[in-house]
Each structure stands twice: as C-alpha cells, then as structure tokens.
Design a protein around this ligand. Structure first.
Ligand code: KIV
Ligand code: ZN
Length: 386
C-alpha cells in the first residue's frame, strides 16, 4: 500500500535562523534554499520579510530561484506584514503566506491585552487579507500547545472559513507531552469545522527534548505537515529536527507515512547548514552527529563487525554517510583491532593478535583514540610488517 505523504515544511531559514549568532547573508540563504529544494522538502519558509530589508531581499531572491518547493513568508496578523510577505513572494512559482496570532490565554492577555473574540477577529482579517494576494494561506495559532482545545478548534474553524488551507498548531514553548500533543491534533481533526479543506501542521519546539516525538504523535493522529529545521536548529533548545522525522517515518513503515525527502542528502545538507551558520552539530546528534554511526566498545564492535544490524537500525549509506566507524579505544576488543589492522593490510594470526593487543592496550590507555598511525607503530613495535 502506498504510504500517505507527510509534507515537510522546512523553517531553517526563518525559525532556525533566529538562533543567536547564526545569521546568514542572502547568498548563503539562497544556496541553502537550493539545497533544500534538491533535498525534496515541500515548503521552504524563507524568512519574515517585514523584519528587515535584508530578510525581505533574501525571501525575494529565494522566491525567484526555487523551482519545486512552495516558498513561504511569515507575517504577524498585521496588514503591513502581510503586504511585505506578498511583495517578497511575488515571483515565486508556488507562494504561501504564513500568518497568525497567539491564542493561549497568556498570549492574549500579556502580548495583546485583548480577548478571545479580539484575536479571532484579527485572525480572520489577516487570513482574508492574505488570501487577496495568494491562494495558499497558512494560519498559525501561536502557543497552541498551551491553548484550550475548544477555543483552538473555534479559531481554526474561523481561519478555514476565511480561506486558510493549512492550520499550524505550534507547541511554541515545547511544553506538551507526545500523548497530549497527539490528542490535541486528534481533537482538532474531529472538531474543526471544514477540516476536510485544510491540513493540520505540527510545529514543535524542543525545550523538553520532545519536539520530534511530539511531531510524530501529531502525524499519527492525523496531521499531514511537519515544520522542522536542519539539525534541529531554532530558538532556545531548537525546533523539530528534519533528519529525525524523515528517518523515524522511514524506519517505521507500518505507520504508512513517508516524506518526499531524499535521505541520501541528509548528512551533506546537515554539514552545509552547520558550516554556514557556524553552529557545530553535537557529536551524539541522532542521524547526522559524528558518532551516530561510530562504535567504540568491544561488545558493540564485535557485533557490528559480524553483522551491522546488531547495533545499527539505519544503514549509514541511506543518510549519505559512507560507512560505520569502528573507533579504537581502551574499551575496544581484539575483533575491532583485527578489523582495523586488516583494513591497513595486516593479516594477523591468533597468536600475533594476542601480542599486538597487549601493545595496543598500552597505546589506548595513553590516548583517547588509537588511530591508523598508531596501529602502524604498534605493528612495528611487535616487529610485524604488512
Ligand atoms: O513557534 C512558533 O509558534 C512559531 C510561529 C511564529 C509559527 O514559530
Ligand atoms: Zn517556532
């Protein structure tokens, strides 16, 4: 059976770029947008055009160049924001305006000093106004994660009546547990009027390390778009990581959900974004971290050398990593040493391996990692040649 498609909405260039110190110039943004288009994302949120002339220029340049993906610009529920987004997106093949307003009681009271009726009115006006420029209008209910479900369903129904085709349900503060976020999506699927005319979108932040789990709970309950960033970059603890959601769905085919992303480009895209933003990827980051396919303890190495599947659920080639790494440390065993030595041309008998292993442990206790140069030295010390 063909898997249902989950749309991948990449917001690396908007929510991702809000990270302090990660500012990108227009040229860098255009290169990243082109790479995202090649990667196969469905929507590229290129920026927040009203926020600065530089961001406006970047959205405009991306709108001109992207051929496949929808190009989206963010705006608050403010006419001048929406006009700026519309102008910046003028040349896009597939333009989308993303507009919305805070819907939780704390946003309504402290940010807007307004009422529920007041924000519904602004939401409807914003969506209707955006609709005069483009067909594709996405409505966001900021802080939906902490918004009362009944009110959320009401404002979403009104947004659909005004013309919204996508409803973004952000867990802006990364507060929800997967069960609660999934239940929220299910409630909206069942209670928003006109929901058959729109798709629900998950936009989760990672304050409790739950962004990916929440997004997956969302699509398991009927959402069909996930908003995410490369390497999970974003405000505070970041956004849902694109590479994680793509691989979660691919590794669990029984969910019958998939994306259009070419997973073989994930690793190189991760490195490209990391270098452009000057933001290193943590070594233990799922899918794209330097250690994601590295094995260093003897028990694991022995298993992986016998059969990769013993300790790897993903073939590294599927995400663009050439091969798994067998890292030699003081925790490594004979099998790993023999494997690495063989790759360097040393075929060792059992007796030779015992000898070499003792010498190896002396090296390993002195350094964090035993590298190829050290292996040659160990062989020389043991009087072994290739
Ligand atoms: O986290 C959030 O609520 C957002 C919205 C502006 C979409 O980024
Ligand atoms: Zn966000």
């Amino acid at each position: 059976m063909n898997a249902d498609k989950v749309q991948v909405f990449d917001t690396t260039l908007r929510d991702g770029e809000q990270v302090p110190g990660c500012k990108l110039n227009t040229h860098q943004k255009v290169l990243i947008a082109q790479r995202l288009d090649e990667l196969g994302v469905d929507v590229i949120e290129a920026g927040f055009p009203i926020s600065s002339p530089g961001d406006f220029a970047s959205v405009q340049a991306i709108a001109r160049i992207v051929k496949n993906a929808t190009v989206c610009g963010l705006s608050r529920a403010v006419k001048s924001d929406i006009e700026a987004a519309a102008r910046a997106l003028e040349h896009a093949v597939k333009p989308r305006i993303h507009t919305g307003i805070g819907t939780s009681d704390s946003h309504i009271k402290y940010k807007f000093n307004s009422t529920r009726e007041g924000v519904v009115e602004r939401a409807v006006e914003a969506v209707s106004f955006a609709k005069t420029f483009v067909d594709d209008v996405e409505f966001y209910a900021e802080d939906a994660g902490r918004t009362d479900n009944e009110f959320l369903a009401y404002i979403c129904s009104e947004a659909i009546k005004a013309g919204a085709t996508v409803l973004n349900i952000p867990d802006t503060t990364g507060y929800c547990l997967p069960e609660a976020y999934g239940a929220k999506i299910k409630y909206l699927k069942e209670n928003v009027q006109g929901i058959e005319k729109a798709i629900l979108s998950c936009h989760c932040h990672n304050d409790l390390g739950l962004a990916t789990a929440n997004s997956i709970a969302g699509v398991m309950n009927g959402a069909r778009q996930i908003e995410c960033t490369i390497n999970g970059v974003g405000e505070r603890a970041g956004n849902t990581s694109l590479e994680e959601i793509v691989m979660v769905l691919r590794q669990h085919p029984y969910l019958n959900l998939d994306t259009n992303v070419d997973s073989k480009l994930l690793y190189s895209t991760s490195r490209m974004v990391s270098e452009s933003m000057g933001m290193p990827v943590q070594p233990n980051k799922a899918i794209v971290g330097a250690n994601a396919f590295a094995h260093s303890s003897g028990i694991h190495q022995d298993g992986v050398i016998k059969n990769r599947e013993t300790y790897e659920i993903i073939d590294p080639k599927d995400v663009g990593v050439t091969e798994s790494a067998i890292v030699l440390t003081a925790r490594s065993g004979r099998a790993a040493l023999a494997y690495r030595a063989k790759n360097l041309g040393y075929e060792l008998t059992k007796l030779q391996l015992d000898d070499v292993y003792n010498e190896f442990l002396v090296f390993a206790d002195r350094s964090k990692e035993v590298c190829d140069g050290d292996i040659h030295q160990i062989m020389e010390n043991c009087k072994l040649n290739v």
